[in-house]
Design a protein around this ligand. Structure first.
Ligand code: ADP
Ligand code: MG
Length: 328
């Protein structure tokens, strides 16, 4: 008797990619909400009474962004674009984010790809029934994907292949954090940190005027830090293979795909990117993860205001030339 191979399902939801360095007595300054399938933490300095409405507004803004870009909600801009076989008018905001994503798709030679919706569904890494697809299934899911899969003219988006499914999972969470920070800034907040499962946006410095200290988690040792980054007014995002994955026959299959093979990218354990905004850091971390330590480092090195730390599959660390200036 040959039973179906058992899939060991190890989806680890709500595990932040980065560990905060806790300060004594700051528990009451942190509020959390579940948005985009992730535990989002907002940390503020100042009077909680005064800033609670601003935090409510920031969470509401992130939920609004989720509704615009979710592949789960049929009425979202992204879902409607996925379903449509004709050129489709998206909102100005969606068109702008798609443009930014396409720029990073081009810069990364297609490693970052917003047209992997069918591939993501096929693997089902974050579902209760993940599977390792067949070669034919992979070929089908990859038909027409690539950095030029979407033509964007103003608000009108056309797909090179009418069946292409759009997935903004590699950039939308970062964008949502950018929007939350903007709402807090407009409400007069000058010191805040927003962490959406490893996508971190920092407004100003800490309450005591010192820079934020962000611990970067070791991808294989849960309670160990690789390093600490000392940052003010910056974004820092970690993409790893240790948060959302399943194992089958001793092989780990995670949720960041190499568009060339259709398989999870194999050359990194984690990539941390520091950038001016969270959406860019989010997409670049995904892109560099796919490109691997050598090419990924090259991509990050050539971009102004961007630094990175890549952990290769063999556990070796690779830093951009300016990263050391951000470490203690
Ligand atoms: P997380 O969402 O866990 O923070 P990432 O930012 O690395 O991790 O994004 C992973 C998500 O991005 C996947 O769940 C999927 O939706 C999407 N994705 C997977 N592979 C790619 C890729 N090569 N390019 C762009 N997006 C991708
Ligand atoms: Mg990402």
């Amino acid at each position: 008797m040959f039973g179906r191979p058992q899939l060991v399902f190890l989806l680890l939801l709500l595990v932040a990619g980065l560990a905060w360095l806790r300060l004594p007595g700051d528990e009451q300054r942190v509020r959390t909400a579940l948005i985009m399938g992730t535990l989002v933490e907002i940390r503020l300095a100042g009077d909680p009474q005064q800033f609670n409405p601003a935090i409510d507004a920031a969470f509401a803004e992130m939920s609004r962004v989720e509704k615009l870009f979710s592949s789960q909600l049929a009425e979202s801009d992204v879902s409607q674009l996925s379903f449509s076989t004709e050129p489709f008018q998206v909102t100005e905001e969606s068109a702008a984010l798609l443009q930014r994503g396409r720029q990073i798709a081009r810069q990364s030679d297609g490693a970052f790809d917003m047209s992997l919706g069918a591939l993501k569904q096929l693997w089902g890494v974050e579902t209760e029934n993940p599977q390792v697809p067949s070669a034919e299934q992979l070929q089908q899911a990859l038909a027409g994907v690539g950095p030029e899969a979407l033509q964007i003219e103003g608000r009108t988006v056309s797909k090179s292949n009418p069946h292409l499914q759009i997935d903004l999972g590699g950039i939308a969470k970062g964008y949502a954090v950018d929007r939350a920070l903007e709402i807090l800034r407009r409400a007069g907040v000058t010191s805040a940190a927003v962490n959406a499962g490893g996508d971190i946006g920092l407004l100003g410095s800490r309450e005591d005027g010192k820079p934020w200290r962000i611990g970067i988690q070791h991808p294989r040792k849960q309670d160990e830090l690789l390093t600490t980054l000392i940052l003010t007014d910056r974004a820092v995002v970690t993409s790893g293979d240790y948060e959302r994955f399943f194992e089958k026959d001793g092989v780990r299959y995670h949720h960041i795909f190499d568009p060339r093979s259709g398989y999870p990218a194999r050359d990194c354990q984690s990539v941390t990117v520091v950038a001016a905004d969270v959406a860019s850091a989010d997409a670049l971390a995904t892109a560099a993860f796919v490109l691997g330590p050598q090419q990924g480092l090259q991509l990050l090195e050539q971009l102004p205001q961007v630094e990175g730390l890549l952990v290769a599959a063999d556990g070796t660390l690779h830093r951009t030339s300016g990263l050391a200036a951000l470490e203690p």
